[in-house]
Design a protein around this ligand. Structure first.
Ligand SMILES: Cc1cc2nc3c(=O)[nH]c(=O)nc-3n(C[C@H](O)[C@H](O)[C@H](O)COP(=O)(O)O)c2cc1C
Length: 197
C-alpha cells in the first residue's frame, strides 16, 4: 500500500493466556497483510493505577499513561480485542480509556482518540462472543471522537477456536476478523490521504 497507515493493535486483557491477546495477534497479522505498519501493544507490560482524581491532582498523568498516549497519538488507528465482563468491557480497558482521555498538562497536544479509526473485536468462551461489551465500547469511543468502522466481530466459543499460535481455527471467524482488520486499515489509509495537504 502506497500510504501505509500505522495501526496499534491491543487487547483489553493482561492475562498471559488471554483469548483476546491471541485474537489481537491474529488481527495484527491481517492488518499487516493489508498493508499497515502494525505495532502490537501488550497491556500486560503496562500496569496502570486505577484512575483516581486525587492521584491525578497530586502528581498529574502518570508517565506510563503518557507513554501509551504517545503510542495512540502516533497511530492513524487501532484494533482492539475486548473481553466482556458482565455484559460490558473489561475494567482494564475502561481504565486505560479513562486515563488516555485525560488532558496531560505536560503534553497537552497528545490526542489518543479524536479522529482515529477504530476496529472492534471480542473473544469469549461464551455463546455471545462478547458482543454486548462491544456495543458499550463503540459508544465510548464514538463519544471520544474515534471513527469506529461499521464492521465488528465477536468470536463466540473462542477457547476451542484459538490455538497456541493465535491462529483462528474456524474459517468463518478468521474471515470475519480479517475483514474488520482490512476495513480498519483501508479507512485509516483513506482518511490519512485526505488529511495530507
Ligand atoms: C468478572 C467476569 C465477568 C465475565 N462476564 C462475562 C460476560 O458477561 N460475557 C462473556 O461472554 N464472558 C464473561 N466472562 C468470561 C470472559 O469472557 C473470559 O474470562 C475471557 O477469557 C476473558 O478474556 P481474556 O481471555 O482475553 O482474558 C466473565 C469473566 C469474568 C472474570
Amino acid at each position: 500500500m502506497k500510504n501505509a497507515p500505522s495501526i496499534l493493535v491491543f487487547a483489553g486483557s493482561a492475562r498471559a493466556e488471554s483469548l483476546n491477546k491471541k485474537l489481537a495477534a491474529a488481527a495484527a497479522r491481517s492488518a499487516e497483510a493489508a498493508g499497515a505498519e502494525v505495532t502490537v501493544l501488550d497491556m500486560g507490560e503496562h500496569r496502570l493505577p486505577l484512575y483516581d482524581g486525587d492521584l491525578e491532582d497530586g502528581s498529574g498523568v502518570p508517565e506510563e499513561v503518557r507513554t501509551l498516549k504517545q503510542m495512540f497519538a502516533r497511530a492513524d488507528g487501532f484494533l482492539v480485542a475486548s473481553p466482556e465482563y458482565n455484559g460490558s468491557l473489561s475494567p482494564l480497558l475502561k481504565n486505560l480509556i479513562d486515563w488516555l482521555s485525560r488532558k496531560d498538562a505536560n503534553a497537552p497536544d497528545l490526542n489518543a482518540f479524536q479522529g482515529k479509526v477504530a476496529g472492534l473485536l471480542a473473544a469469549s468462551p461464551g455463546a455471545l462472543g462478547g458482543v454486548r461489551g462491544l456495543a458499550h465500547l463503540q459508544q465510548i469511543l464514538v463519544g471520544l471522537g474515534a471513527h469506529v468502522v461499521p464492521r465488528q466481530h465477536a468470536m463466540k466459543q473462542a477457547s476451542s477456536k484459538m490455538n497456541g499460535n493465535s491462529v483462528i481455527d474456524d474459517e468463518t471467524d478468521a474471515a470475519a476478523v480479517a475483514g474488520v482488520a482490512e476495513l480498519t486499515v483501508s479507512v485509516a489509509a483513506a482518511l490519512s490521504i485526505r488529511a495530507t495537504p
